[in-house]
Write a protein that binds this ligand. Sequence first.
Ligand code: PLP
Length: 394
Amino acid sequence: MQTESQRRVFFDHAATTPLDGRVLEAMLPFLRENHGNPSSLHWAGREARAAVDNARAQVAQLLNAQPEEIIFTGSGTEADNIALVGAALPLSHIIISAFEHPAILETAGFLESQGVAVTRLPVTPEGLVAPAALEEALRPETRLVSIMAANNVVGTLQPVGELAAVARRKGVWFHTDAVQAVGKVPLDMVRQPIDLLSLSAHKLYGPKGVGALYVRKGVKLNPILHGGGQEKGLRPATENVAGIVGLGAAAAIAQKEMSDEAARLVCLRDDFIETITAAIPNAYLIGHRHRRLPGHVCFGFAGQENDAIQLMLALDGEGLAVSTGSACSGKHSSAPSHVLQAMGFDALRARGLLRISFGRFNTQAEIEHFAAVLPRLAAGLRPLTSSRLSGARG
Ligand code: PLP
């Protein structure tokens, strides 16, 4: 008989990813014997500095950037804040999309409170930002455009190269929150005129609490933190050496394995979508059918919108971890998703989504098991829904 822990399967890689064992191995010496501060001039400091420099080169390589263009940060959120606040203050105009992660939305809200004008671009029902809409929104005083590379809820991939080119033609800096995209799809700073890019280690099988900001040579940001001058003064604090080493190792693995891994996940994802839409008559895919992250699926269930959380909990009861939105909205997940509302869903439909994100260590057998369990659990909720819908909430 299977034990509870043997049955557990993680299908919530958009929330976070497990630490790859190879990343852990790379980090361990810097949690044990190599404890130096990279700013120290002695042997211990030099060892730590060499490790940080090596990680910087690994992250730069993944992005086809220069090592000196990589600034290590404490998270993806911090990278987003350094980029937006550092570029937009004092008074200016910035453009974001309406369905950004809170790390961008809330920062833009803060900037607005400081007198910065913010335009929130609409999103198509398929979850895409149109370059023409960006073109129209640009103003002579626009300082920065920030459009996410991949949406964390619906998984759609934006045409960031095209969007960045629109901004570049007008001499406006282009930032992308690529926290969900880095290590999953190719990003190339030589080919794409992106000026600033945020990433986070824990979304690419690295440790939590470490991220990076790519800052194109020549782009000057005002620091939002002040201290000892580390990371070109943009993230002045003693570096999280083990975390940074982990991010570097994760980036190197992603670079080597990304294309095979993406091809495998796309096949598993597409088979899964077909199986579920055939087995559950009211299931519909949210977001563009193909322009989406390789392992990312987002379903709505017509007429069962209020039951998404119940379905997620029922799956959890079977050991299957999925989500009803972003991990950050977990505390108030019965509220309509701002992402779906930006895509034109009404408040009821915007409440009912199931996000399933497959990852590196998921097997075909695990996904087939999931595809068999989900229709059974969704069907189990149906009678409850119809009685509820004919009641107070109808
Ligand atoms: N941006 C996006 C698109 C994300 O999905 C996340 C995390 O969920 C973040 C930013 C925040 O990254 P971190 O958790 O490293 O602060």
